[in-house]
Ligand binder design. Structure first.
Ligand code: ATP
Length: 512
C-alpha cells in the first residue's frame, strides 16, 4: 500500500471507530473542520494531560492559565496579526481550486529533492560497499542537473519571500510550469495576500458593534496576562506560563485531514527570561521538547529539527520539530526565541508598563521569551498514523491494531465475559466496577471473544480481560496484551497493579 492509500485507510478507520468525524457530516461536512468522537476525545485528553503535567507539574516555575478566545482587537494590531498574518494565495482558473503559492513552490522543490535522492539510491545499489555519497552528489550529471535547478528556484523563491514580491511568486510558478494537480493546467490568477484571521462582531447593535477576531494563536492570551500572573503568583524570572486552547485560522488549503484545520487546538508555553540568556534557554527547550516526544516510544528516527533559515523580524532563533507523517516530514511543533518583541509591543499599544524588576540585577527590564508551540490535533495525527498497523497473523488472518503508547490509549482495559450466562457477566461486572475508578474501561459481552479482541485492537486497548468459567472457581482471569497478543492468567486482585504498571501516565513523566 502506498503512503497515500494508507492515509486514506487511516482516515476511514478514524471515522469507523469513533475517533474523528467530519464536522456537520449530515449536512455534507464543513471544510477543514473535524469533530472528535468517543475514542478521539479520550486520546486527545490524554495527550493534553501528558503535556500539561510535563509543563506545570515537572517544572515548579511553570504555571498554567486559561484565557479567552475573544480578546481586545488592539491585541492583534500589537501582535502584528492584523497587518501581516497573511498567506499568498493563487487560484487556478480552470479547476477554480485555490492554493498557497508558497506551498506550490515548496512542493515543487520537494519533488526535485526527491529526484536527487532517488538518483543517489540508484547509485548506492549499483556501487554497493564502495559507494561514496558525497562524491556521487558532487559528480553525477543527473544529480548536478537537478541540483542546479533546485538552487535556481530556491534562490528566486527566498528572494521573493524576503521582498514579499507576489508577482515573482507567480512568475516562478509559470516559469517552472507548476500545474494545478486537478486541472493539470498552468492557467493561474495573480497571487494575493490573504489574512488568515476570522472576524466577527461584538455588541448588540450594528452601529455599536466592533469587529473582533477569533484568536489565531493562544500565545497572545499569555502575553497580555504576563503582569497578572507574575504579580499574583509572585513569579521570579525565569518562569513560564502554559496554556491549552482553541485557535482559528482561515487556512487557504485545507485538504490534509486534521493536519491543517480551520479550528484547532494549541498547547503553548511562553518562558520569560533575562535578556541575553535566550539562546541558552532556546537550546534547553529544544532538548526538553524533543525528549518529551521521543519518550513516547514512537521512534527517535521519526522526528527531526528543521531550523528556520528565514527568521521573523522579532525572532533570533527558531526551529520546528518535524514528524514523519504518512505524507512526509512535516511540522509538529515550533520552538521560537521571540526576544521582547511581544511584551514590548503590548507595552507600546496598551500604554501599560510591562517590566520585571530583577532583584539580583537591581534593575528592571522587559523580559525575553522562548516559546514552545504544538498543535494538539497534529499530535493526535502523529500518534494515530504511527500506531496504525495492518498485520498478517500466523493463522493467516488479518488484524488492524492501533499500537498507541499505552498511557495515551483511549480505553485501557476491556472486560469481557466469555459467554453471556452462567454468572460470568456478573463476575465481569464486578471486575469492571473495581477497575473503573482507576482506568477508562469498556465492558463488552456481544459477539465471539475473537471478534471482541479485534474491536479492542482496532481502538488500541492495551489489555483485554476475559472472565471464563474457571474464573468462578480460582478467581483468576485471562489477560491478553494488545501488541504481542500474549495471554496470561492473573488473579483478579492483581489486575489493578498490572494495568497500572503499563498505562500510568506518571511512568512516562518519570522518564523526562
Ligand atoms: P504551518 O507552517 O504548518 O502552517 P505554522 O508555522 O503556521 O504551521 P505556528 O503558527 O508555529 O504554525 O503554530 C504552532 C503549531 O500549531 C504548529 O506547529 C502546529 O502544530 C499547530 N498548527 C498551526 N496551524 C494549524 C492548523 N491549521 N491546524 C492544525 N494545527 C495547526
Amino acid at each position: 500500500m502506498t503512503q497515500d492509500e494508507l492515509f486514506k485507510v487511516l482516515v476511514a478507520h478514524c471515522k469507523e471507530y469513533g475517533f474523528i468525524f467530519p464536522s456537520s457530516e449530515i449536512y455534507d461536512g464543513l471544510a477543514a473542520v473535524y469533530d472528535y468522537g468517543q475514542m478521539g476525545v479520550e486520546l486527545k485528553n490524554n495527550i493534553k494531560q501528558y503535556w500539561w503535567n510535563a509543563m506545570t507539574r515537572l517544572n515548579e516555575n511553570i504555571v498554567g492559565i486559561d484565557s479567552c478566545i475573544f480578546m481586545h482587537p488592539r491585541i492583534w494590531e500589537a501582535s502584528g496579526h492584523v497587518g501581516a498574518f497573511n498567506d499568498p494565495l493563487i487560484d487556478n482558473k480552470d479547476s477554480k481550486k485555490r492554493y498557497r503559492a508558497d506551498v506550490l513552490i515548496e512542493d515543487f522543490l520537494g519533488k526535485i529533492e526527491e529526484k536527487m535522492n532517488k538518483e543517489v539510491e540508484k547509485g548506492r545499489k549499483r556501487f554497493g560497499e564502495a559507494f561514496n555519497e558525497e562524491q556521487f552528489r558532487a559528480t553525477n550529471p543527473n544529480v548536478l542537473r537537478e541540483k542546479a535547478k533546485y538552487d535556481e528556484v530556491h534562490g528566486r523563491y527566498k528572494k521573493a519571500e524576503e521582498a514579499n514580491d507576489l508577482a515573482e511568486y507567480r512568475q516562478i510558478i509559470i516559469d517552472n510550469n507548476i500545474v494545478c494537480p486537478i486541472s493539470g493546467t498552468c492557467n493561474w490568477t495573480d497571487v494575493r495576500q490573504f489574512n488568515l484571521m476570522f472576524s466577527t462582531s461584538m455588541g448588540s447593535t450594528a452601529e455599536g458593534a466592533s469587529t473582533i477576531y477569533l484568536r489565531p494563536e493562544t500565545a497572545q492570551g499569555i502575553f497580555v496576562n504576563y503582569l497578572n500572573v507574575q504579580k499574583t503568583g509572585r513569579m521570579k524570572i525565569p518562569f513560564g506560563i502554559a496554556q491549552i486552547g482553541k485557535a482559528f485560522r482561515n487556512e487557504i488549503v485545507a485538504r490534509q485531514f486534521i493536519f491543517r484545520m480551520r479550528e484547532f487546538e494549541q498547547m503553548e508555553m511562553q518562558f520569560f527570561i533575562k535578556p541575553g540568556t535566550e539562546l541558552e534557554w532556546f537550546k534547553k527547550w529544544k532538548e526538553q521538547r524533543m525528549k518529551w516526544h521521543v519518550n513516547l516510544g514512537m521512534g527517535a528516527e521519526n522526528y527531526r529539527f528543521h531550523d528556520h533559515e528565514k527568521l521573523a523580524h522579532y525572532a533570533n532563533a527558531a526551529t520546528d520539530i518535524e514528524f514523519q507523517f504518512p505524507f512526509g516530514f512535516k511540522e509538529l511543533e515550533g520552538i521560537h526565541s521571540r526576544t521582547n518583541w511581544d511584551l514590548g509591543r503590548h507595552q507600546q499599544y496598551s500604554g501599560r508598563k510591562i517590566e520585571y524588576f530583577d532583584p539580583e540585577e537591581g534593575a528592571a527590564y522587559t523580559p525575553y521569551v522562548v516559546e514552545t508551540s504544538i498543535g494538539v490535533d497534529r499530535m493526535v495525527l502523529a500518534v494515530l498514523s504511527h500506531s496504525f498497523k495492518e498485520e498478517k497473523l500466523e493463522n493467516g488472518e488479518n488484524r488492524v491494531v492501533l499500537s498507541i503508547p499505552a498511557p495515551l490509549a483511549p480505553v485501557k482495559a476491556a472486560v469481557l465475559p466469555l459467554v453471556k450466562k452462567d454468572g460470568l457477566p456478573e463476575l465481569a461486572q464486578k471486575v469492571m466496577d473495581e477497575l473503573k475508578f482507576d482506568f477508562n474501561c469498556q465492558y463488552e459481552e456481544k459477539d465471539s471473544i475473537g471478534k471482541r479482541y479485534r474491536r479492542q485492537d482496532a481502538i488500541g486497548t492495551p489489555f483485554c480481560i476475559t472472565v471464563d468459567h474457571q474464573s468462578l472457581e480460582d478467581g483468576c482471569v485471562t489477560v491478553r496484551e494488545r501488541d504481542t497478543m500474549a495471554q496470561e492468567r492473573v488473579k483478579i486482585e492483581d489486575l489493578r497493579a498490572l494495568i497500572d504498571s503499563k498505562v500510568n501516565l506518571n511512568n512516562l513523566l518519570r522518564n523526562l
